[in-house]
Design a protein around this ligand. Structure first.
Ligand SMILES: Nc1ncnc2c1ncn2[C@@H]1O[C@H](COP(=O)(O)OP(=O)(O)OP(=O)(O)O)[C@@H](O)[C@H]1O
Ligand SMILES: [Zn+2]
Length: 644
């Protein structure tokens, strides 16, 4: 191993490599490469954590895993395979999520360095917070296709992962999904929601029935649209969708007619919606056979590539419902299916429903392959990008161990050389912390613009604090009064769950103190009431209260990257006047010295091996909902910052 061979590294680094304890979070595409690099570099004490098991689709690039490992823990198998390179290394593997309470601040404090090799924002945010609290340097990395990025996060010296707002997660307003879809993706999202309503973890926000509370439908929704059926929230849930489907024995014809005929007629009766839109055409099961088209193709290639007709989609729909009903029936009571694009019937179901709904709403239908990419938000994973990225991560690790933080400038990998002929573009300098960051600032605070009349305490906890602000178990008190609104102790404040915020005096101007014990994170939240318009979310989080001031006070526009991440004004753009060589530039214009550890360990920018494209069925298991959402909306621009 390199550190054990005299002369490869300078002696002080050699010693640090041998004596440092390193945590690798994630044993996927980048994680496998990092672990191999660490072991071959001579690290002696490594811990690795991954919550997932090995999928056959990982094998093309996660080279520590082989066919016989499919279904086994990624962390454990990665450990075993890495030990085969060097059985003398101490590697501890955890088959677990890093976001559980088992891995608190004291766990993180054991390590000299943490290396993230994750694929979702929620876990990244969490590790970011714990490393800040534990004051352990974190090297964050990610790839998206041919693009990659490595950055150092060090408390007080660099930006943290949450210093700059990330591109908003691609989500769609409920009434567009439920009432007025206009793009294929709207139908795909609706179909995934339907899957959950029938077989998955049902979620009130994922209702698929017509929404009579749609402000655009106006008063008419109440008059002519069978308002008697609507519940107080305006949803047509005469009976819970799953209960109803179970009562009718998951009969495909009945389900089809309810979703695609009755509900569509209901929507048609909300005539305000169709004043400036093409109205939908309800479809009836009986009428389909007359279409006389061939049965759905059984050949897999054809099945994936062909754009199925309404009749063909209905056939696929029927078959999928039958298979999913059987799978659901075999689960223990209270358990549910999890949508997975690699599960044939789960995917068939979504593709068929999306296409049937698209046809009804005069939206172009898509092939199963296209729907799968959109539903799974797939960006191809490229083995070479992962390998190069992991190489840069470990080079940064060496610098961190040497205390050379200023040399750990963020590095961006691109598909094509830029004007300076660089494939690896480093920032000019470290990006300093954003003093207004709602995570790493001395006194983190945000302004929450929220519909205090309609948003409930439960929504404040689940949708805002946990989902949007990425907390694990928040405790919330009203500042000044000390009233406990939300407690992380189970059941303690359940009586508040369904209360609207204003009922608890959480109104315009109110200040909340939020404390997440697991993350050791305290946040001050100032409430600003808002009345959302149609298609507008019921809340916005504004990290910088200055931006609420009138426009004339607005400061100069901040530079932003192509994915919408705006950097603080102190941030630096990738160096424009660096050396022309296709290598990582150490300082402006300075190349790694031949024979230095960087030169030895560094990836050669122009030596990309054959690129393996991710095949179409490579997304990880769907237990990782947040991951799927995260990838949505990311573009493939050369300037890309984020991250697979
Ligand atoms: N909270 C978490 N705790 C531990 N490991 C996590 C957590 N969230 C994600 N991971 C792991 O991070 C790894 C990221 O690797 P990668 O991006 O290659 O994903 P993948 O699921 O292996 O591949 P793909 O998504 O491309 O099919 C995965 O193995 C995933 O299980
Ligand atoms: Zn920050």
């Amino acid at each position: 191993m390199a550190a054990q061979i005299a002369g490869v590294f300078e002696p002080s680094l050699q010693e640090k490599i041998s004596n440092s304890k390193i945590l690798v979070v994630g044993a996927g595409g980048i994680g496998c490469e990092i672990l191999k690099n660490l072991v071959l570099s001579g690290f002696q004490d490594i811990e690795i954590i991954d919550l997932d098991t090995i999928d056959v689709s990982n094998l093309n690039r996660q080279f520590l895993f082989h066919k016989e490992h499919v279904g086994k823990s990624k962390a454990n198998v990665a450990r075993e395979s890495a030990l085969s390179f060097n059985p003398n290394v101490k590697i501890k593997a955890y088959h677990d999520s890093i976001t559980t309470t088992n891995y608190g601040v004291s766990f993180f404090q054991q390590f000299q360095l943490v290396l993230n090799a994750l694929d979702n924002r929620a876990a990244r945010n969490h590790v970011n917070r714990l490393c800040l609290t534990a004051d352990v340097p974190l090297i964050e990395s990610g790839t998206a296709g041919y693009n990659g990025q490595v950055e150092l996060i060090k408390r007080g010296q660099t930006q943290c992962y949450e210093c700059t707002p990330k591109a908003a997660q691609k989500s769609f307003p409920g009434c567009t999904i439920r009432n007025t879809p206009s793009e294929p993706i709207h139908c795909i999202v609706w179909a995934k929601h339907l899957f959950n309503q029938l077989f998955g973890e049902s979620n009130e926000d994922e209702d698929v029935s017509p929404d009579t509370a749609d402000p655009e439908a106006g008063a008419e929704a109440g008059e002519s649209a069978l308002a008697a059926d609507a519940n107080e929230k305006g949803n047509v849930d005469r009976v819970n969708t799953r209960t109803w489907a179970a009562q009718c024995g998951y009969d495909p014809e009945k389900i089809f007619n309810k979703l695609f005929y009755d509900d569509i007629n209901y929507l048609l009766s909300m005539s305000n919606l169709w004043k400036s839109r093409t109205p939908p055409n309800p479809a009836k099961w009986d009428a389909l056979e007359e279409d006389g088209e061939a049965a759905a193709p059984t050949d897999t290639v054809l099945r994936d590539q062909k754009v199925l007709s309404l009749t063909e989609s209905a056939k696929v729909f029927g078959d999928a419902i039958g298979a999913l009903k059987d799978a659901f029936g075999k689960l223990p009571d209270g358990d549910h299916l999890v949508w997975d694009k690699d599960d044939k019937y789960a995917m068939d179901f979504v593709a068929a429903c999306a296409n049937i709904r698209a046809q009804i709403f005069n939206i172009p239908r898509k092939s199963r392959f296209e729907i799968k990419s959109m539903a799974g938000n797939i960006i191809p994973a490229i083995a070479t990008t992962n390998a190069i990225t992991a190489g840069v991560v470990v080079m940064h690790a060496f610098r961190v161990l040497k205390g050379e933080f200023e040399k750990c400038k963020s590095v961006y990998m691109r598909l094509r050389p830029n004007a300076r002929n660089q494939l690896f573009v480093p920032d000019r300098a470290l990006n300093p912390p954003n003093p207004k960051c709602y995570v790493c600032a001395a006194k983190p605070e945000v302004t929450l613009k929220v519909d205090t009349k309609n948003v409930t305490v439960k929504e404040l906890r689940d949708d805002i604090l946990i989902k949007a602000l990425n907390m694990i178990g928040p405790d919330v008190t009203i500042d000044g009064k000390g009233t406990i609104v939300i407690s992380s102790e189970e059941g303690e404040t359940d009586c508040n769950n369904d209360k609207k915020l204003e009922e608890l005096q959480i109104v315009d101007g109110c200040i909340l103190k939020v404390d997440d014990f697991v993350q050791n994170y305290e946040l001050t939240v100032t409430i600003v009431h808002k009345d959302p318009a149609r298609d507008e979310p019921s809340f916005d989080i504004v990290a910088d209260p200055e931006s609420l001031k009138p426009k004339e006070d607005e400061p100069e526009a901040q530079p932003s990257t192509s994915n919408g991440n705006s950097k603080p004004s102190t941030s630096t753009a990738p160096a424009a006047d660096d050396d022309d060589d296709m290598c990582i530039v150490e300082e402006d214009g300075e190349k790694p010295a031949a024979g230095s550890d960087e030169a030895e360990a560094g990836p050669s920018g122009s030596s990309s091996g054959p690129e393996k494209r991710k095949n179409d069925d490579t997304e990880g298991p769907s237990t990782k909902k947040a991951r799927v959402e995260e990838k949505a909306g990311e573009d493939d621009d050369d300037d890309l910052i984020v991250i697979n």
